[in-house]
Design a protein around this ligand. Structure first.
Ligand code: GLU
Length: 432
């Protein structure tokens, strides 16, 4: 089994070869500042109480408050949380936003909970960590299986706890709202946040495509396969489709769909989304143009999707999907990592040798936390920015980060991930 934290440290070690640090500085990067473990009961619909296990890892506050999502998933464990929190620290440094790195999670399969149970669980988790978070301390956000609705419950619970002992005025309320990002628009959220991770990934690809693979297009539409059809997978699919890429295949946690004629037919992500909602499953949603027809495609597994003959592969689900086993069979030319940690170090090496370019997670998916930072700032300054402003600031940030990292990779002759880590290590330690 691949331990994600070992993988993260392995990625760091590669970058440390290029940056001069004291032993203490490099050791410090390998440990989170603080780990919070919570075990709390929630009353289920059947009246029985059940104990849940949760975490919040506060990795680095060197550049600002800890920042990172909360994940609800049955595979959540300490090593995963540590890795994800570290990647957040690296990501915030790469995007050059004044925030540190953190991550939280609860070991639970939320699909097995009723809405009421989900709300109770969200509130109970926040109550358990309430003393450890706040706008200047630690700022959680959505991650796998957590939505703006869940952020709404969480911020509400947090406010309720804080107003027990003190009266909260309007400006203090807005400030405290900055404890969570990814909130609904109607309750302190930012324009553009929901689509931000996907949009950011699109801007990164746009900035790098010609540089990393000149002439790849040759007048044809580039083909894409996307693993994961949650918030991130859906939006990156939509932005790529709208920009004229051909979406050959999509998958969710239960399976994948692929068009019969890769390169000729493209799935329409919006239609697929509607179809999936109606049917409750992705299977059979071969929606090409505005038509969803069983004859247009077939079902495959969500691991087979990774090995399709496409130009661009987008892992947008979980860690360790691309590993030493399947890496030799990957046919894409570019891997755009919209998930966190989808590629193991062994797979990275295989891709480097095969001249497959990996656009690393800490750059590719940093649009989400970048707009989270914009949301935090708007709350603290009691402002509301337009969607146009948010998207244009996001584009500037993503383009600059992409070009900076491309340049470091070129000068140091490394892969893009190592270049991103070199940048982050310098920023996290103020080293040169
Ligand atoms: N969960 C997202 C990530 O992994 C967003 C984190 C945030 O907005 O703080 O980047």
């Amino acid at each position: 089994m691949n331990n994600p934290f070992d993988n993260a440290i392995n990625q760091l070690e590669k970058a440390l070869e290029y940056v001069k640090l004291t032993p203490e500085q490099s050791e410090r990067l390998k440990y989170p500042e603080k780990i919070i473990t919570v075990n709390f009961p929630v009353e289920m619909d059947n009246g029985q109480k059940k104990l849940f296990h949760g975490y919040r890892v506060q990795y680095s506050s060197k550049r600002g408050p800890y920042k990172g999502g909360i994940r609800f998933h049955h595979q959540v464990d300490m090593n995963e949380m540590k890795a994800l929190a570290f990647w957040m620290a690296v990501k915030c440094a790469v995007a050059d936003i004044p925030m540190g790195g953190g991550k939280g999670g609860v070991e639970v399969d939320p699909k097995k909970l009723s809405d009421k149970e989900l709300e109770k669980l969200s509130r109970a988790y926040v109550a358990a960590i309430a003393n450890e978070i706040g706008p200047e301390i630690d700022v959680p956000a959505p991650d796998v299986n957590t939505t703006s609705q869940i952020m709404n419950w969480m911020v509400d619970e947090f406010m309720r706890i804080r107003s027990r002992n003190q009266k909260i005025g309007n400006s203090e309320k807005s400030r405290l709202m900055a404890t969570f990002t990814g909130k609904p628009l109607t309750n302190g959220g930012s324009e553009g946040r929901t689509a931000a991770t996907g949009r950011g990934g699109f801007y990164v690809l746009e900035a790098l495509l010609e540089k990393i693979k000149p002439n790849m297009k040759e007048g044809r539409k580039l083909t894409v396969a996307i693993q994961g059809f949650g918030n991130v997978g859906y939006y990156i699919a939509k932005f790529l489709y709208d920009a004229g890429f051909s979406i050959a295949a999509l998958s969710d946690s239960r399976g994948a769909i692929v068009v019969n004629k890769i390169g000729q037919d493209s799935l329409n992500p919006e239609e697929v989304f509607k179809c999936k909602k109606e049917k409750g499953s992705l299977a059979g949603c071969y929606c090409v143009g505005s038509v969803c027809d069983l004859k247009l495609g077939r079902n495959i597994t969500n691991t087979e999707i990774l090995e399709l003959p496409v130009d661009i592969l987008v892992p947008a689900a979980l860690e360790n999907q691309l590993n030493e086993k399947n890496a030799p069979r990957i046919k894409a030319n570019i891997i755009l990592e919209m998930a966190n940690g989808p590629t193991t170090p062994a797979a990275d090496e295989i891709f480097f040798k095969k001249n497959i370019t990996v656009i690393p997670d800490v750059l590719a998916n940093s649009g989400g936390v970048t707009v989270s930072y914009f949301e935090w700032k708007q709350n603290l300054e009691n402002q509301k920015w337009s969607e146009k402003k948010v998207n244009s600031l996001l584009k500037d940030k993503m383009t600059k980060a992409s070009l900076d990292i491309f340049e470091i990779a070129r000068v140091k002759q490394t892969d893009l991930r190592t270049a991103a880590f070199i940048t982050a290590v310098r920023r996290l330690t103020s080293a040169s």
